[in-house]
Write a protein that binds this ligand. Structure first.
Ligand SMILES: [Zn+2]
Length: 386
């Protein structure tokens, strides 16, 4: 196949593209510069109707004979790294090292590589492919790009299948969406001197009560449900009654029911702990604790059935490339279409990588061609060749 030859002979081109993408910083909520690059790149590569939507997603079409089926191939622009992080790529042996190089510069580079392959081999499609670079996949971005894509704008209501390239591992076909809810719990009191104001409500005590309750929650193994208090903060000094204390809580479950149960438990624990602390001290000093609950994330769970054609074609395309597919579950951009009943999966773009979300993140292009070829077979299988 001509297209496969192109992929095999383009390794240095693909590396150069990957490095270029990775070296454009894309901190959370600041994906604009990398987005502009993609808008220009999509245009350069001849995609039709290239535009950036109001959320920041960059979209371009590789048109076939018809607009249906319309397959989305996507990857996310944002990284987890804050502004100012050094994203210069260093070569160490065959490895390319830089924060964000695999997650998800590798996925973004695959979009470009696939467009180049389609162009070079002059592949005519029956349906069409929308190439999309999304914003806000990571952390507090809370899938805002994918959410927007399916609720507003030109693609809403038109997508028949969605594939997100995230990271490198080609064995995993993520067809189940792991749901989560995230909260910031902030407790505030009047504060005061540890000696002089003794008896005043203490937000840290209340926070401690919530934490103790959460630690005793029996999360079921089946359906798998987890929770984590990942960050706590509060207080000024050893001899000061704190004015505030806060924590960030991550709740996850494969089941919406279990997720809601866990969420209710957390909210009840906060309520109970606040009332207990107020009862113990609030009345005495005449000042109660104030609670501020902020939901900092909510991702729906769900599943693309494994007998649906997108999953079956993904499995077949993997096997055709000698890859043993493993169906699994994760929290990715695909959560949104999955929760809407639109067939969606997340797959790796190929190559090897490690230290994801760490400054020491690395990528090795070994085996990348298998990932690109598998992706091409899958895409063509879904939209059809003319
Ligand atoms: Zn990612």
């Amino acid at each position: 196949m001509r297209a496969f030859n192109f992929i095999d002979s383009s390794q240095s081109r693909f590396n150069a593209e990957l490095i270029r993408i990775c070296e454009i910083p894309a901190p959370p909520f600041k994906e604009r510069e990398r987005g502009s690059y993609f808008a220009a790149r999509f245009t350069e590569l001849g995609l039709a109707d290239v535009h950036t939507d109001s959320e920041g997603n960059v979209i371009g079409f590789y048109r076939g004979e018809s607009e249906e089926p319309l397959l989305v191939l996507s990857a996310h622009l944002d990284t987890v790294f804050p502004e100012g992080t050094d994203v210069k790529v260093r070569r160490v042996g065959s490895r390319l090292c830089a924060p964000g190089i695999a997650d998800d510069a590798a996925g973004l580079a695959a979009l470009v590589g696939l467009i180049q392959t389609l162009n070079w081999a002059e592949i005519g499609l029956r349906g069409s492919i929308a190439f999309v670079a999304t914003v806000g996949e990571e952390g507090e971005g809370d899938l805002r790009g994918a959410r927007h894509l399916f609720s507003e704008g030109r693609l809403a209501g038109r997508v028949s299948g969605f594939i997100s390239f995230d990271g490198t591992t080609i064995e995993f076909i993520t067809h189940q969406a792991l749901g989560s809810r995230r909260y910031r719990v902030m407790l505030k009191g009047p504060g005061g001197h540890s000696w002089g104001d003794f008896g005043v409500v203490n937000p840290v005590y209340a926070l401690g009560r919530v934490i103790a309750r959460m630690a005793d929650y029996h999360a079921p193994q089946e359906p798998r449900t987890t929770y984590n208090i990942g960050r706590i903060e509060g207080g000024e000094s050893v001899n000061v009654i704190p004015q505030s204390a806060s924590m960030d809580v991550d709740l996850r479950s494969v089941s919406e029911t279990e997720l809601s149960r866990l969420e209710e438990f957390l909210l009840a624990a906060v309520d109970r702990a606040t009332r207990d602390e107020n009862a113990a001290r609030g009345a005495a000093a005449g000042k109660n604790l104030q609670v501020e609950l902020t939901m900092i994330g909510a991702r729906p769970s769900g599943e693309t059935p494994r007998d649906i054609s997108l999953v079956r074609v993904a499995v077949d395309a993997s096997r055709a490339m000698g890859v043993k597919p493993v169906l699994n579950r994760a929290s990715t951009d695909a959560n949104i279409p999955i929760s809407l009943g639109i067939p969606a999966i997340t797959i790796g773009a190929g190559g090897m990588s490690g230290d994801s979300h760490r400054l020491s993140e690395w990528y090795d292009p070994v085996g990348r061609e298998t990932g690109y070829k598998r992706a091409l077979l899958l895409a063509l299988g879904m939209v059809g060749i003319n």
